[in-house]
Design a binder for this molecule. Sequence first.
Ligand SMILES: Nc1ncnc2c1ncn2[C@@H]1O[C@H](COP(=O)(O)OP(=O)(O)O)[C@@H](O)[C@H]1O
Ligand SMILES: [Mg+2]
Length: 367
Amino acid sequence: MAQVSLRDVSKIYPPDVKAVDNVRFGVENKEFMVLLGPSGCGKSTTLRMIAGLEDITKGDIFIADKRVNNIPAKDRNIAMVFQNYALYPHMTVFENMAFGLKLRKYPKSEIISRVHEAADILGLKKYLDRKPKKLSGGERQRVAVGRAIVRKPTVFLFDEPLSNLDAKLRVQMRTELNKLHLRLQTTMIYVTHDQTEAMTMGNRIAVMKGGTLQQLADPLTIYDKPTNKFVAGFLGTPPMNFLNGKILKKESRLYFDEGKFQVKVNEKMYKKLDGYVGKDIVFGVRPEDIYDKLFTSQPAAENIIRVNCEVVEPMGSEVYLHLNTGLHQFIARVGSHNRPPINQEMDLVIDMSKVHFFDKETESAIV
Ligand SMILES: Nc1ncnc2c1ncn2[C@@H]1O[C@H](COP(=O)(O)OP(=O)(O)O)[C@@H](O)[C@H]1O
Ligand SMILES: [Mg+2]
């Protein structure tokens, strides 16, 4: 049995806000699970129900084989780290980290040894006598993590712990939390709206939208095989391009017809697309699967499209091309030396083995 199991869990805030809707998943022992989704999709509510800070309206939560629905937060052996750190300003770093253990009446020697061990892991030893206001944002965040570590919980819960840090520090703390997970070998559930954090930290990612679970898989599966248009568009920078069009059949071959261009569908996808011939469909292609024809050895025949290049954005290691077919705007991500002239037509090649198709009505992935 999984370390943490949610069985058809719902949360309705009075009178009728369905914050979490029939969510079902299991987190394995020692796993780093990420809950990813836009603001308001129910991530914090899910985490708070696991922690015992929020009642469960429907369904069951199990932690280490025990149904915890009616077990108070303090008895769940879970530690939670919040976005705003929630440190006590009048206490030193040591006292902040020791506070939870003191409340639970741990012996003094045990408290000292645990706090020093955590401070050592987190590089906080020289700050133990300081008050939080004399620490940087990153150091405060580490104290908040330290306060969780000293408890030696069965499960760590993190609710957007890095979102108050600047971009550079966020990247650094991301790596530190990854290392911490490897070192502690404890189950972690991590909430974020940041798809890069999710991709780089999670063993698996649970993508949520509107209180429901959209897809649960390892990061590469989520990226390469999104189950629907929402998941496809939520991961990746720049995000996947979506172009509306139709599937055409000519001499037993299938084509995607955007209106201004046609590209031949990869034969591997024929079976699943056959039922869509003549129908509206959504074509999805990631910016990195589009190439400037002059700069690629991608096999081109029947995958070439002619578009207008409107903006060229050099990013240093790569270039974003903002393109227009006349009907749709989209973005290609190409090599750093690739600077086509703007407001001129150019030929692009699409890697048709990598594209996606979505049902226009249901937005589910077809292939
Ligand atoms: N205490 C509350 N009372 C009523 N509605 C709430 C409460 N807390 C959250 N909600 C609503 O529940 C939904 C999910 O919120 P939340 O779990 O905080 O989302 P997230 O953490 O993904 O941003 C939102 O629509 C939010 O407005
Ligand atoms: Mg939240």
